[in-house]
Design a protein around this ligand. Structure first.
Ligand SMILES: Nc1ncnc2c1ncn2[C@@H]1O[C@H](COP(=O)(O)OP(=O)(O)O)[C@@H](O)[C@H]1O
Ligand SMILES: [Mg+2]
Length: 280
């Protein structure tokens, strides 16, 4: 941790390592030009998105983000940066006041969640993401209520991915461990066969062993072909598994690059991972 404000004046970051502004890296400061140049094939994209909860108070201030088909994209950043708001803005849960959200080139800005699910967008909120009094199987049924005929096939897919959910199918979700509940939440979203899955801090509040499992599961979901955009407070682990990451700061994408590049980028480490890296 930084022990004085003078450190930053000297260009020394919170962990005492000098910030080398000239260090070569594969990461870049987010710019419109860089985003537009790289995002031509994007499956899901946000362009200059401004959004907030109260009139006149923007939480997102022109955020750019894209995910290509099959990618695992991570979003990290300090508390309150707007990470959850960004996922919610892309899933129609927060009003986008300017800018656009597109899925496969189709403008889906401000489409509601119930309209987005049939289009192939899945969302797993950070909290209250299972029905605790319903069984595992009933939770998964809720996920597919729009297409009940698909239940058997999708239940097979989800329990192949998470065999423990098959074993616990008659157990109430509220009686499961945190890690198992997170599997139910992800499983429920997967029941609708999403092409892109938005995950908000799936590892939050779990033991280190269960966190490992969540990251493993996320990677596995992605390896079945589902594009994943995940927000994580566990920045290092997230960047380790993702193809590309974004550092969100004050409602804007600040840095972007390959996950392993961001982990090693001195600017990102000092500004965002120095303290966040200890979070999990
Ligand atoms: N439902 C809400 N109503 C009003 N303000 C909110 C609401 N949810 C979040 N905020 C505010 O929006 C900002 C960003 O929050 P959030 O997107 O949850 O950040 P993060 O997920 O990066 O921690 C914070 O200042 C927070 O207080
Ligand atoms: Mg959040």
């Amino acid at each position: 941790m930084s022990d004085s404000a003078t450190d930053s004046e000297k260009g020394i970051g919170p962990t005492g390592v000098p910030i080398d502004e000239t260090a070569e890296s594969s990461t870049e400061v987010c710019s419109r030009e860089g985003h537009l140049a790289a995002s031509g094939e994007a499956l899901l994209r946000a362009d200059e998105v401004t959004a907030g909860y109260l009139p006149g108070v923007s939480i997102l201030n022109g955020t750019d983000l894209y995910a290509n088909e099959g990618e695992l994209v991570g979003i990290i950043g300090p508390n309150g940066a707007g990470k959850s708001t960004l996922l919610k803005a892309m899933f129609g849960l927060v009003s986008v006041t300017s800018g656009t959200v597109e899925l496969r080139g189709e403008n889906i800005t401000n489409r509601k969640a119930h309209q987005l699910v049939p289009l192939g967008v899945g969302f797993v909120p950070q909290t209250n993401n299972v029905f605790p009094t319903l069984t595992v199987e009933e939770n998964l049924e809720m996920g597919v209520f729009l297409r009940p005929k698909a239940f058997r096939r999708r239940f097979g897919f989800v329990t192949d991915l998470f065999p423990i959910l098959g074993e616990r199918r008659t157990q109430r979700a509220g009686s499961l461990s945190g890690g198992e509940r997170q599997m139910v939440a992800m499983g429920r979203a997967l029941m609708m066969e999403p092409t892109v899955l938005l995950l908000d801090e799936p590892s939050a509040g779990l033991s280190p062993a269960m966190q490992d499992e969540v990251f493993f599961n996320t990677k596995q979901i992605n390896s079945t072909g589902v594009t994943v955009v995940m927000v994580e407070q566990n920045a290092r682990r997230c960047l380790q598994i993702c193809d590309r990451g974004y550092v969100l700061d004050q409602g804007r994408s600040a840095y972007t690059g390959p996950g392993d590049g961001l982990i090693d980028d001195p600017k990102v480490v000092e500004l965002y991972l120095g303290t966040l890296g200890h979070a999990g």
